[in-house]
Design a protein around this ligand. Structure first.
Ligand SMILES: [Fe+2]
Length: 239
């Protein structure tokens, strides 16, 4: 699988075209990578608010838009799953929100060593081609509980398939039969076989669609200094 076909590269400088970046994000199969981005919360938030509308959450830095994804423990417990050293299987973010943000940005401030903490991605568009019509219908029709939200894994919006998938949340809030587990396992295998890895380096800012892609990462050492700053945001898809 050729990653470069789907990676739109920019360098952070005065020529950076914000409108081009928004147009890239509107496409189905594009990941946007901006290299040499400043490692500062204010610059990060200002940039995202220029191309879209960031999601403010209480647990973020200063209750604003930036969240530090790093290993953080209080006593012997991780502060949250995002603050653990665990691997994250391919998923959608914010599946239990009233409105799921359509984009995510990761700014790499401190990469993990060697092969640790590698990000993985998967384009829904590539997977759809490999699903039978029956399976697509099932994924469109069957509703799953994502905490207080009832949603299907696939939806169609503006004649485009969109995905909402987070198996940990689904299995936590839905009663799932053995047959359904087998189907989800097969789906996971298909997602994995269509995924590719990107190892971010310091100053890399990666932007991607949360409704058209799944993302994950492999595990990291519990003592790792890896620091990824994250902003979830919405771009206007109607204009
Ligand atoms: Fe995530």
């Amino acid at each position: 699988m050729k990653i470069l076909d789907w990676l739109t590269n920019y360098n952070f400088d005065h020529n950076l075209s914000y409108s081009c970046i928004v147009e890239d994000l509107k496409k189905k199969n594009t990941l946007v990578l901006i290299e040499n981005f400043p490692l500062c919360d204010n610059d990060f938030q200002f940039f995202i608010d220029t191309i879209g509308v960031s999601i403010i959450e209480n647990r973020n830095n200063n209750r604003q838009a930036v969240f530090d994804v790093k290993v953080a423990r209080q006593n012997s417990f991780f502060e949250s799953i995002a603050n653990s050293n665990l691997a994250f299987p391919l998923h959608t973010d914010c599946v239990d929100f009233n409105s799921i943000p359509n984009c995510i940005a990761f700014l790499c401030v401190e990469p993990a060593s060697l092969k640790e903490g590698t990000n993985s991605f998967m384009f829904l568009n590539n997977v759809i081609k490999q699903l039978s019509e029956n399976t697509i219908q099932e994924l469109l029709n069957k509703k799953w509980k994502f905490r207080n939200q009832s949603r299907s894994i696939l939806t169609i919006e503006d004649e485009q398939y969109k995905i909402c998938y987070d198996r940990i949340t689904m299995e936590s809030f839905s009663e799932i039969s053995k047959i359904e587990i087998d189907k989800l396992n097969k789906l996971d295998e298909l997602f994995e076989s269509n995924s590719f890895n990107i190892k971010l380096k310091k100053g890399d800012l990666i932007l991607f669609r949360n409704d058209l892609m799944l993302h994950g990462r492999n595990g990291i050492n519990i003592n790792s200094n890896r620091l990824i700053k994250r902003i979830r945001f919405n771009i206007d898809l109607k204009t």
